[in-house]
Design a protein around this ligand. Structure first.
Ligand SMILES: *[C@@H]1O[C@H](CO)[C@@H](O)[C@H](O)[C@H]1NC(C)=O
Ligand SMILES: *[C@@H]1O[C@H](CO)[C@@H](O)[C@H](O)[C@H]1NC(C)=O
Ligand SMILES: *[C@@H]1O[C@H](CO)[C@@H](O)[C@H](O)[C@H]1NC(C)=O
Ligand SMILES: *[C@@H]1O[C@H](CO)[C@@H](O)[C@H](O)[C@H]1NC(C)=O
Ligand SMILES: *[C@@H]1O[C@H](CO)[C@@H](O)[C@H](O)[C@H]1NC(C)=O
Ligand SMILES: *[C@@H]1O[C@H](CO)[C@@H](O)[C@H](O)[C@H]1NC(C)=O
Ligand SMILES: *[C@@H]1O[C@H](CO)[C@@H](O)[C@H](O)[C@H]1NC(C)=O
Ligand SMILES: *[C@@H]1O[C@H](CO)[C@@H](O)[C@H](O)[C@H]1NC(C)=O
Ligand SMILES: *[C@@H]1O[C@H](CO)[C@@H](O)[C@H](O)[C@H]1NC(C)=O
Ligand SMILES: *[C@@H]1O[C@H](CO)[C@@H](O)[C@H](O)[C@H]1NC(C)=O
Length: 517
């Protein structure tokens, strides 16, 4: 087969109507952010945009309580770390009571929980079999507990999988040759038996952006939906990687005896910063094409008809780990504060609707933290920038290929100081940086590079002020502005909430390396 097919095949390892919106469109609501919009604000935003389904990464009671009576369909989740415990049926019953039944799911005033995601991408190779044997029992127990509680027909247990659970062989790298990975095939058989028995769907996460990010030779136009040269598999023609990827899965399901199993795309999206191909223009092109593709209700050649899809994601999340790449915090169709990034028409037909912004967002005051115009001693600027970027400030926009990379070093220092200052809720002590920084009331944003003002924290009982920043962490390398690589090791929540996204990319890199890319 052609080299392009070979390439596509490698990429399969990835996994990594009012204000009318395309039928049944869903979004992933991730919450790995330093400052979160109040759940009620988010729910209003979803409704204003006609979004009907929302996928969560856990079962956060503040979010679920806020969703009561909203009419939105909700997917709650167990984390991977809960899987082993859920092998005990009494634990699964408890979980279902606490995180599903309690929310009066069949009442209009309750939370319409239609799916329980049991784990997230548990069969990633990088988990080294940690979850392979505990996933099917947890799925069975959660589903059985749902049935015992009398909601087995309304709420289905399922598992979002990474695309690296299936592949097609290198000697025949076409969708029709798709099979499940041999090392997890037995576990997958158990899971498919459970899903099929309960009429539950198979969920898979598909990322055309990552195909492009990791594949230097990946033909860019196949990531989109606007007419690439067709690739042929038998008498079927493919013009985008989503259809090709989806059909490889359908072929794998067919080979196991489930040609009609419903497939849901649990995550799909395009980031807007942190990489040369992560910008608003390409994201808009991707989403507009995707929405049109979904609105046509054509599905893919082997999975025709309606396709249920959850966009990834709703907001930018500034506290996510950037181990996968600098784009990792910029996956939102909305900015961190619920402002739309581009004029996306979710209805998929008229082309003249646009996203509705979050309402009544409360911001911190208009105060920015910047490098003094006349710093007394510039020697320590680099250390202080690194400190800001490594301790909660988000400097991903400053990196190579990012939107604010054009700033000069002094402007970059200001950007980093301001980001840290905002994350610290503008506490005066967080704008010191050894005397290099000062608070200003003048908007320091530059054209095409915003210096953000963070969302005001929710009113709550007085909490202790953040620690002053007058000491620098010990550092034995020579820090400079140029290598002010942010990291988020401090934010352990990031890798707990979204382990899949992080790990799958590493898995994919490994696979590409094996294939000689
Ligand atoms: C569920 O219904 C009960 C009884 O009507 C009510 O007390 C409770 O607040 C409801 N829970 C939720 C989450 O709506
Ligand atoms: C929950 O959503 C499903 C799917 O749209 C719908 O059929 C059902 O009526 C909803 N349940 C409630 C209580 O609104
Ligand atoms: C999973 O179960 C299989 C079959 O019982 C066993 O061979 C394998 O060692 C187990 N793997 C792990 C990681 O426990
Ligand atoms: C679930 O659906 C099946 C098949 O339609 C039906 O026989 C069963 O009574 C339903 N169970 C409940 C609890 O509604
Ligand atoms: C799949 O659906 C087709 C068309 O409805 C039907 O003919 C076939 O028997 C189904 N196959 C299985 C295994 O359910
Ligand atoms: C977006 O990225 C593409 C591909 O790298 C590039 O050609 C285009 O100029 C970029 N657009 C903007 C507005 O940066
Ligand atoms: C654009 O929106 C207006 C007002 O909502 C509507 O009347 C018009 O039909 C729309 N145009 C198209 C092409 O759908
Ligand atoms: C500037 O700061 C560095 C590091 O603290 C110090 O070694 C140097 O002497 C200072 N220079 C001046 C002119 O104060
Ligand atoms: C922070 O500094 C500003 C300006 O000097 C001052 O008005 C404000 O009271 C200070 N806030 C705190 C908490 O010290
Ligand atoms: C920059 O800020 C302005 C004003 O808040 C806003 O309109 C614009 O969309 C922002 N740009 C980006 C890239 O966030």
């Amino acid at each position: 087969m052609s080299r392009t097919w070979a390439f596509f095949n490698a990429l399969l390892f990835l996994g990594i109507l009012h204000n009318v919106c395309v039928q049944g469109l869903g979004v992933n609501w991730g919450t790995v952010s330093s400052h979160k919009l109040p759940p009620k604000t988010v729910i209003q935003l979803l409704k204003d945009n006609g979004i009907q389904k929302v996928k969560l990464f856990d079962a956060d009671p503040t979010i679920l309580t806020a969703l009561a009576g909203s009419g939105l369909e909700v997917m709650v989740a167990t984390t991977n770390l809960e899987l082993a415990g859920l092998g005990d049926y009494s634990k699964a019953k408890e979980w279902v009571q606490k995180n599903v039944i309690q929310y009066n799911i069949t009442s209009k005033d309750g939370v319409n929980i239609t799916y329980v995601a049991v784990g997230n991408e548990p069969f990633l190779k990088d988990y080294k079999d940690k979850f392979t044997n505990v996933t099917a029992p947890a799925l069975k127990n959660i589903q059985d507990a749902l049935i015992e509680a009398g909601v087995g027909n309304t709420t289905k247990a399922t598992i979002p999988f990474n695309g690296d659970v299936y592949y097609s062989p290198s000697w025949n790298p076409v969708p029709s040759a798709g099979r499940f990975r041999p090392d997890i095939a037995d576990n997958m058989r158990d899971i498919l038996t459970i899903l099929n028995k309960n009429n539950a769907p198979f969920i898979v996460n598909i990322y055309p952006f990552l195909s492009l990010f990791f594949g230097k030779n990946f033909p860019l136009e196949y990531a989109f939906f606007d007419g690439a040269t067709p690739l042929t598999d038998g008498n079927i023609q493919y013009t985008n990687v989503l259809d090709a990827n989806l059909d490889t899965l359908v072929s794998a399901l067919k080979a196991e005896g489930y040609p009609n199993m419903t497939v849901i795309v649990g995550e799909i999206g395009w980031p807007t910063d942190g990489d040369v191909n992560a910008n608003v223009t390409l994201a808009n092109r991707f989403y507009q094409g995707l929405i049109k593709h979904l609105a046509s209700n054509k599905g893919s050649p082997l999975h025709p008809g309606y396709l249920e899809v959850y966009l990834f994601g709703l907001f930018d999340e500034d506290a996510k780990s950037i181990l996968p790449g600098n784009f990792e915090r910029s996956w939102g169709i909305f900015r961190y504060d619920g402002q739309p990034k581009f004029p996306l028409d979710l209805s998929g037909n008229s082309g003249n609707k646009t996203l509705v912004a979050a309402k009544n967002v409360r911001y911190l005051p208009n105060r920015w933290c910047v490098l003094k115009t006349d710093p007394i001693n510039v020697t320590n600027i680099g250390d202080n920038v690194n400190y800001a970027c490594n301790n909660g400030g988000d400097c991903t926009s400053l990196q190579d290929g990012s939107s604010c990379n054009f700033l000069d070093d002094k402007q970059k220092a200001s950007y980093a100081f301001n980001s840290y200052f905002q994350v610290q809720d503008q506490s005066n002590s967080s704008c010191d940086f050894e005397g290099l920084a000062t608070v200003t009331l003048k908007d320091s944003s530059l054209p095409n590079c915003n210096f953000t003002i963070q969302i005001a924290p929710p009113p709550k009982p007085i909490s202790p002020a953040p620690a002053p920043v007058n000491t620098l962490p010990p550092s034995d390398n020579e820090p400079s502005l140029a290598d002010s690589k942010p990291s988020s090791h401090k934010k352990s929540a990031a890798s707990v909430s979204l382990p899949g996204t992080l790990i799958k990319i590493i898995a994919f890199v490994t696979v590409l390396a094996q294939l000689g890319f």
